[in-house]
Design a protein around this ligand. Structure first.
Ligand code: NI
Length: 149
C-alpha cells in the first residue's frame, strides 16, 4: 500500500500506521457530520470503525471460508411439535462452534433464543437458513461482529 508508514508508537498494544489520503471535500464533510452525530469525538476513531465494518462486511459477503464470530437471534413457537429438538439437532450437526446460548420465555407461546457462535461464513449462513426454514420459527437475525481470520 502506498502512503503508509508503520511505527512502533503504541496505541494500546497495537502497532499503528500513519497514512495520508485525498478525498472530495463533500465526502469529508458528510463523514465528519455523520461521525459527530454518532457520538465520535475523533475522526480517526470513526475511520477505524468504518474500516473494520467495511472489511467484515466484505468477508461475510465474499469469503465463504472466513472464520467469523457473531450471533443468531430468533423467536419461535415452542409448542410446534418437535421444533425445539430440531433446532438443537441443527446446531449439533452444523460444524459451527456454539459458544453460548441464552433462552428467554417471552410469553405463553413464544421463546427467544440468542446464540453466540464462531465458524466459517458458509457454515454460519447454512445454520441460520436451516433454522429459519423450520416451521414455527417466526423471525431470525444473524449478526456478524468479529473476524478471526
Ligand atoms: Ni421458552
Amino acid at each position: 500500500m502506498p502512503n503508509s508508514e508503520t511505527t512502533a508508537e503504541a496505541e494500546g498494544k497495537e502497532k499503528v500506521a500513519r497514512i495520508s489520503m485525498s478525498l472530495p471535500d463533500d465526502l469529508l464533510i458528510d463523514f465528519d457530520n455523520t461521525a459527530k452525530k454518532k457520538g465520535y469525538f475523533k475522526r480517526s476513531e470513526a475511520i477505524r470503525d468504518a474500516l473494520r465494518n467495511f472489511i467484515l462486511e466484505s468477508k461475510w459477503a465474499t469469503d465463504e471460508n472466513a472464520v467469523l464470530t457473531g450471533t443468531i437471534s430468533l423467536v419461535y413457537d415452542h409448542e410446534v411439535r418437535s421444533l425445539v429438538d430440531k433446532l438443537i439437532d441443527i446446531q449439533h450437526d452444523s460444524g459451527v462452534l456454539i459458544k453460548a446460548s441464552l433462552h428467554l420465555h417471552l410469553d405463553e407461546h413464544n421463546c427467544m433464543e440468542i446464540i453466540a457462535m464462531e465458524g466459517k461464513a458458509k457454515e454460519l449462513k447454512r445454520l441460520s437458513e436451516m433454522m429459519l426454514s423450520k416451521r414455527g420459527v417466526k423471525t431470525l437475525k444473524i449478526t456478524i461482529l468479529h473476524s478471526t481470520t
